[in-house]
Design a protein around this ligand. Structure first.
Ligand SMILES: NC(=O)C1=CN([C@@H]2O[C@H](COP(=O)(O)OP(=O)(O)OC[C@H]3O[C@@H](n4cnc5c(N)ncnc54)[C@H](O)[C@@H]3O)[C@@H](O)[C@H]2O)[C@@H](O)CC1
Ligand SMILES: Nc1ncnc2c1ncn2[C@@H]1O[C@H](COP(=O)(O)OP(=O)(O)O)[C@@H](O)[C@H]1O
Ligand SMILES: [K+]
Length: 496
C-alpha cells in the first residue's frame, strides 16, 4: 500500500468525487459516519462529550459527527474555534445542518471561553487535520495546551491537531490523543517515532475512496501488506532437494557472544535455506553444533583459505566483535565475494570504523543497521524523516538495500523506493531479535529470492512471527529465540 502525502490524498478525494461520483459533502458524511460508528462501539460511559472544531474540513467532520451522534441519542457539546472568517463550504453546510439538532454550540473567541474539562469527559479533536500549514499559535495553541492539561480521554479525528501530515513537527504544540481515527490509510506522520506521544493507538477507517485512483508512481513510499507479501512468497517445488535452496554461510559469534551465532543460524535454517554453515571460532564449535545440529561448523580461523565461491550467499556480523581478526573476516568476504550478502551488527560497526569498505560492498547487498549503527556509518540525522532521506540517497549511491530497524522498520532500495514494514511489536525490543532477522534475510537470499524480495519478505516474516508468538508468550516474555520458533506459523499464514 502506497503512503501518500496530504496533497496526494486530496487528489484522491477529488478523483473519488468525480468518478464515483459523490459530492464532497456526502464524502464528508461518509467519513464522519465511520467515526460515529466507531464511537458507538466504544461507548465508555463518559460524563460529557465535547467536540472541538476548527473551520476547515476537519472541523466539518466534527460537526457531522456531532449530528450523527445525536441521531443515535448521544448528546455532545460543540466548540468552534472562531477565526473571524467563514469556514470551508462543507464546514458551513454541516454547521447549518446542525442548528436544527439539540446540540449546544459554543464559539471560542478568547481563552476565557475555554470550558472546564472533567477527567471523565471525552474530547473529540476536530480542530485541524491534514490541512495544517504552519505550527499552531495564538488562541489555537492555547486551546491545545488547555485540552492537553485536562485528564480527559482525547480522540483525534484524522490526525492530532497541530501535527503535520507529511513532515516532522518538532516544535509544534500538538494534541496528545489517546486514540486517533485516521481516514483511508496511514499518513506519513504515523511512521515517525517522534510522533508517538501524540497519536496513541491509530485506527484506520475505510471511507471508500475510489479504488481506481492511480497511486502507482505517485509515491516512492510504500507500506508492506499481505497482498504484496503473498505475491513474493514462492512455494517449494515438489521435486526439489536441499541443493535447490542454496548453501548459506553465516559468519557470526565470538567467545561470549555465541548466542548471536546460534540465533542467526537458526533463523537462517528456519527460513528455508537448503544448507547452512556457521563460521565461528574453532574453540566454540561445541556450542553451535549442540545448539544447531542441522548446521555445519567451519572455523573462522580458516577464512584466508576457504573457498567462498561455493556458498550461495553470506550473512556476516552478529556477535563477531570488532577486533582486528573480525575486521579481517569481513574484508576477506568483501574482497573475495561478489554476490549480494547480508551485513549486520558488528559487521556494520567494522564498516563504520573503516569507511573505505563501503566501496567494496557487493552490489545488491543488504545492510541492516538499527538507528545507532546507521548513525555510526552514515552520520547523525536531525529526525526520522532525514534518516529516511539519507538511507534513500545512500542506497542509491552504493547500490545496496539498507534496512533501518525499529517499529515500522524500513528498507531503502537502490531504485529509490522505500518500503515500511507493517508487522512486529515491541516485544521484539529484546537482545538477539536483529540476529534472527540477519539469519532470515540470509536464508531467503540463499534459496533464490532477490535481495529486494528477501528484504520485504524477511522483515514481514520476522515481525509476523513475533506477532503470532506474543499471543502466547506476551510481549514482555518474548525472547529472540521465540521468533525463530514461530517462523513456521508465520510461513503458514503467508502460504494459505
Ligand atoms: N480523504 C480524506 O482524508 C477526507 C478528509 N476529510 C477531512 O478534511 C481534512 C482536511 O481538511 P482541510 O484541508 O480543510 O484542512 P483542516 O481542516 O486541517 O484546516 C485547514 C484550515 O486551517 C487553516 N490553517 C492551517 N494551519 C493553521 C494554523 N496553524 N493556524 C490556524 N489556521 C490554520 C488553513 O488555512 C485552512 O483554512 C482532513 O484532515 C479530514 O479531517 C473529510 O472531510 C473527507 C475525506
Ligand atoms: N517496538 C518495536 N516494534 C517492532 N519491532 C521492533 C521493536 N523493537 C525492536 N524491533 C525489531 O527487533 C529487531 C531488533 O534488532 P537489533 O536492534 O539489531 O537487536 P539485536 O542487536 O539485539 O539483535 C529489529 O528487527 C526491530 O525492527
Ligand atoms: K484533528
Amino acid at each position: 500500500m502506497k503512503i501518500l502525502s496530504a496533497e496526494q490524498i486530496r487528489k484522491w478525494d477529488e478523483f473519488t468525487i468525480l468518478n464515483e461520483p459523490i459530492s464532497s459533502i456526502d464524502l464528508m458524511e461518509r467519513a464522519a459516519r465511520q467515526c460515529t460508528q466507531w464511537f458507538e462501539q466504544k461507548k465508555g460511559g463518559f460524563r460529557k462529550i465535547r467536540i472541538f472544531c476548527g473551520k476547515g474540513n476537519n472541523g466539518g467532520d466534527g460537526l457531522a459527527i456531532a449530528r450523527q451522534l445525536v441521531e443515535k441519542d448521544i448528546l455532545s457539546d460543540v466548540y468552534i474555534l472562531e477565526f473571524g472568517s467563514l469556514g470551508t463550504n462543507d464546514f458551513q453546510t454541516n454547521l447549518s445542518r446542525l442548528h436544527s439538532f439539540p446540540v449546544t454550540i459554543h464559539f471560542i473567541q478568547h481563552q476565557d471561553f475555554f470550558p472546564v474539562i472533567d477527567k471523565a469527559d471525552l474530547i473529540i479533536d476536530a480542530l485541524f487535520g491534514s490541512g495544517l500549514n504552519r505550527p499552531l499559535d495564538g488562541l489555537s495553541l492555547q486551546l491545545v495546551q488547555h485540552l492537553n492539561k485536562s485528564a480527559a480521554t482525547i480522540i483525534a479525528i484524522d490526525l492530532p491537531s497541530g501535527m503535520f501530515a507529511d513532515k516532522p513537527s518538532p516544535t509544534n504544540a500538538v494534541i496528545k490523543a489517546h486514540e486517533t481515527l485516521t481516514f483511508q490509510q496511514l499518513k506519513f506522520c504515523f511512521l515517525f517515532p517522534e510522533n508517538e506521544p501524540f497519536f496513541g493507538e491509530v485506527h484506520v477507517l475505510n471511507i471508500g475512496l475510489h479504488p481506481d485512483f492511480s497511486i502507482a508512481g505517485n509515491s516512492m513510499f510504500e507500506l508492506t501488506d499481505w497482498k504484496m507479501i503473498k505475491e513474493i512468497y514462492k512455494p517449494r517445488k515438489q521435486f526439489s532437494h536441499k541443493g535447490t535452496y542454496g548453501h548459506a554461510l553465516i559468519v557470526a559469534g565470538e567467545k561470549g557472544k555465541m548466542g548471536a551465532a546460534v540465533l542467526c543460524t537458526r533463523g537462517c535454517l528456519r527460513s528455508g535455506a537448503g544448507l547452512v554453515s556457521a563460521m565461528v571460532p574453532e574453540e566454540q564449535f561445541a556450542i553451535i553444533q549442540t545448539a544447531v545440529p542441522e548446521a555445519m561448523a567451519i572455523a573462522q580461523e580458516t577464512i584466508e583459505t576457504v573457498d567462498l565461491s561455493k556458498y550461495t550467499t553470506v550473512g556476516i556480523g552478529p556477535g563477531t566483535g570488532t577486533s582486528e581478526e573480525s575486521a579481517r573476516l569481513l574484508q576477506r568476504v568483501l574482497v573475495n565475494y561478489n554476490r549480494p550478502i547480508v551485513i549486520d551488527a558488528d559487521g556494520l560497526n567494522i564498516i563504520a570504523a573503516n569507511d573505505e569498505l563501503l566501496s567494496e560492498l557487493p552490489p545488491g547487498s543488504i545492510l541492516s543497521p538499527h538507528p545507532k549503527e546507521f548513525e555510526r556509518i552514515f552520520g547523525k540525522t536531525e529526525n526520522h524523516l532525514e534518516r529516511i532521506q539519507t538511507a534513500r540517497l545512500q542506497a542509491q549511491k552504493l547500490f545496496v538495500y539498507i534496512i533501518v530497524k525499529g517499529h515500522y522498520s524500513f528498507v531503502a532500495c537502490p531504485d529509490g523506493e522505500v518500503y515500511f514494514n507493517s508487522t512486529g511489536n515491541s516485544g521484539m525490543a529484546t537482545g538477539g531479535s536483529g540476529d534472527v532477522l540477519t539469519g532470515i534475510l540470509t536464508g531467503l537470499l540463499a534459496q533464490g529470492y532477490s535481495a529486494k524480495e528477501s528484504c520485504l519478505l524477511g522483515m514481514f516474516l520476522h515481525g509476523l512471527s513475533a506477532d503470532i508468538a506474543v499471543k502466547t508468550t506476551s510481549q514482555e516474555a518474548l525472547v529472540a529465540g521465540d521468533i525463530t520458533e514461530y517462523l513456521g506459523k508465520a510461513f503458514l499464514s503467508i502460504a494459505n
